[in-house]
Design a binder for this molecule. Structure first.
Ligand SMILES: [Zn+2]
Length: 141
């Protein structure tokens, strides 16, 4: 990456007006993080974590054990002692309800981890992520 001009190509219309810039992938990877806040958020489809629901569950916690904050992904081995403190998140909270059902998405492998809180135990289910497109393709062939 000694010569930056190799990574940038200015694009002009037929009248010679600059209409845009073509950037190579390696340069784009360098620039992209610096554009945070200028460009629209990268993953707008990602819903915000329902932290309000989680706080409500904690407020009304009536299980005979303390609030558990550890999450472990069986699929890729990702784990944390306190998912809320991870920055960036190792696991994203995807849903939570007062019944004690708490779902996470592993940010490493996209697996879905569901923790179910019962009176006497906590069960954890880990479902590997399946790309919908892959699934459709497999169904077709
Ligand atoms: Zn994982």
């Amino acid at each position: 990456m000694s010569n930056r001009d190799d990574n940038l190509t200015e694009l002009y219309d037929k009248d010679g007006n600059l209409i845009g810039v073509l950037i190579t992938a390696p340069l784009w990877e360098q620039i992209k993080p610096k554009l945070k806040g200028i460009l629209p958020e990268e993953a707008p489809k990602e819903r915000p974590e329902p932290t309000g629901d989680w706080n409500t569950l904690k407020d009304y916690w009536d299980f005979p054990y303390p609030v558990d904050t550890d999450v472990h992904c069986e699929n890729c081995g990702n784990k944390t002692d306190d998912w809320e403190k991870d920055e960036p998140r190792k696991f994203r909270l995807t849903s939570c309800n007062l019944g004690g059902l708490v779902s996470f998405k592993c940010t490493q492998c996209q697996a879905r981890i569901v923790k179910k809180h019962f009176k006497d135990q906590i069960t954890v289910e880990c479902t590997p992520y399946i790309d919908e497109k892959t699934q459709r393709k497999e169904a077709r062939y």
